[in-house]
Design a protein around this ligand. Structure first.
Ligand code: C5P
Length: 229
């Protein structure tokens, strides 16, 4: 099956997608990591100035950007590679988070990423999370989940995650970043973040990771049952 999980920033999509993929022995792809990798490449080349992407430079250099994933058995997760370099940690930095949504509005960037995402899903057996997976990348996905959670709870989770990694950031900065990304993601012209008509809405504000995994597994079981009958 193809399982598409979309939703707002920091609402637990990747936690659920990862654990679901592990239980089902599916591949997990974090499509946000791709947009983050493009953003990192642009930052390194000074193609983003004061939060504004220099679009001609990005378009001119897009063909040089190659993104791939490699599953690390020990860490039980996919590592993101940018032109052969492990950038898994670097793409999570605040500077990337602050610039990724403007870069993700560029239609040509999205086109390239969608090609790659569809290629990764060619053999099915995949859980992919992002903003447009159920609407654009895999409109015929077997299961579409649209995740949401209370904004304050999302900010608290994100703050905890970043500070645990040793990243120095204030709660206010986290709140602002999430709100800004949500706004840009929902209002961009190409592939805005929105619920697919046939997606199941899931609010995980008051659920533990195990409870949300159980919820998702129940959905998978019921859909798999429908496929068999
Ligand atoms: O999922 P994550 O928060 O890491 O994604 C980073 C950013 O990448 C999002 O805020 C959004 O701007 C962009 N994105 C996107 N489409 C996707 C996945 C991510 O536009 N499918």
């Amino acid at each position: 099956m193809i399982i598409a999980i979309d939703g707002f920033s920091s609402c637990g999509k990747s936690t659920m997608a990862k654990s679901l993929a592990r239980v089902l022995r599916y591949m997990y792809i974090d499509s946000g990591a791709m947009y983050r990798a493009v953003t990192l490449y642009a930052l390194r080349n000074n193609w983003i100035k004061n939060g504004s992407p220099d679009i001609p430079s990005i378009l001119g250099g897009l063909h040089k950007i190659s993104i791939s994933f490699d599953y690390n058995q020990g860490e039980e997760r996919n590592i993101t590679y940018l032109c052969g370099e492990n950038v898994e940690e670097e793409i999570r930095r605040l500077e990337v988070s602050e610039n990724v949504s403007p870069v993700s509005t560029i239609p040509e960037v999205r086109q390239e990423m969608v090609v790659l995402q569809r290629k990764l899903g060619e053999n099915k057996g995949i859980v992919m999370d992002g903003r447009d997976i159920g609407t654009v990348v895999f409109p015929h996905a077997d299961i579409k989940i649209f995740m949401t959670a209370d904004p304050e709870i999302r900010a608290q989770r994100r703050f905890k995650e970043l500070t645990e990694k040793g990243i120095k950031i204030s709660m206010e900065e986290v709140r602002e970043n999430i709100a800004r990304r949500d706004f840009i993601d929902q209002h961009r012209e190409v592939s805005p973040l929105k619920k697919a008509d046939d997606a199941i809405v899931f609010d995980n504000s008051f659920l533990t990771p195990q409870q949300q995994l159980n919820w998702a597994l129940d959905i998978v079981e019921s859909i798999a049952g429908l496929h068999e009958n």
